[in-house]
Write a protein that binds this ligand. Sequence first.
Ligand SMILES: C[S@@+](CC[C@H](N)C(=O)[O-])C[C@H]1O[C@@H](n2cnc3c(N)ncnc32)[C@H](O)[C@@H]1O
Length: 239
Amino acid sequence: MVNQFTGITNYYDLLMMSGYYDYYNIAQEAYSIVGNNSQVLELGVGTGLFAEKYMEIDNTCQFTGVDITPSFVEIAKKRLGNKAKLIVADGLTMELNKTFDVAISHAGVWLFISCGDRLELVSHIPDVQANYQGLKNLARHLRTGSYFLLSIQKLRIDFEKNLPGGIVYSQLIEELEDKVDHHTRKKSYFFKKDGEILAQEQLTVTLFRQDAYQKLFNESGFDFQGINNDNSLAIYKKR
Ligand SMILES: C[S@@+](CC[C@H](N)C(=O)[O-])C[C@H]1O[C@@H](n2cnc3c(N)ncnc32)[C@H](O)[C@@H]1O
């Protein structure tokens, strides 16, 4: 099973640009770690919103974005033009035939959520073993010593948000399986107007608890380096 965002493609930007994420700030934070002239890989580039801000801040980088949702990549291509190389591919199996100086996953294939005083790794790749395969595949695309930056978000429970044009966004989270080291969640996203559903999507994500994600990164060739000053990015280094 793959987590494509096809069903909500036409409404994704409306939600994200209503302040869902502070793309400029997170891009600035990432850039302050990465520096100039880098070969940057974004995993789960989506419609290119993070990439756009990143390249505004650093116009010396060479930016590649990968995403599994073709309709998102179409929007990203319109947004970024020829400034970035954009590829429809699954992070699990991608073969880009080059190595990068840094990989960034901003709410992309992997991300962290903070749940009080602990973090959980959220993965859009549902199968546990496939996460090892995906991270090893990413490691293969990074030169030794490169950073892998993952965004850290606050846990968002069910909520509704009013968007322009009388559109209301809502999301529902349902716990599915609960194992010792990980659990799975179904996330349902809805865009409605006057009570009618305009667009919807359902995804299943796997959430790894601390011991499990430490093992996952360690065995895939990544060492934990720390968390940045505003707690928005977890920093790993390719061994
Ligand atoms: C919440 S969106 C974030 C998009 C973008 N980074 C942003 O900040 O707006 C998550 C993205 O991850 C992509 N994704 C999920 N699983 C993937 C996979 N296995 N390989 C590549 N992309 C994937 C989805 O298609 C989606 O575009």
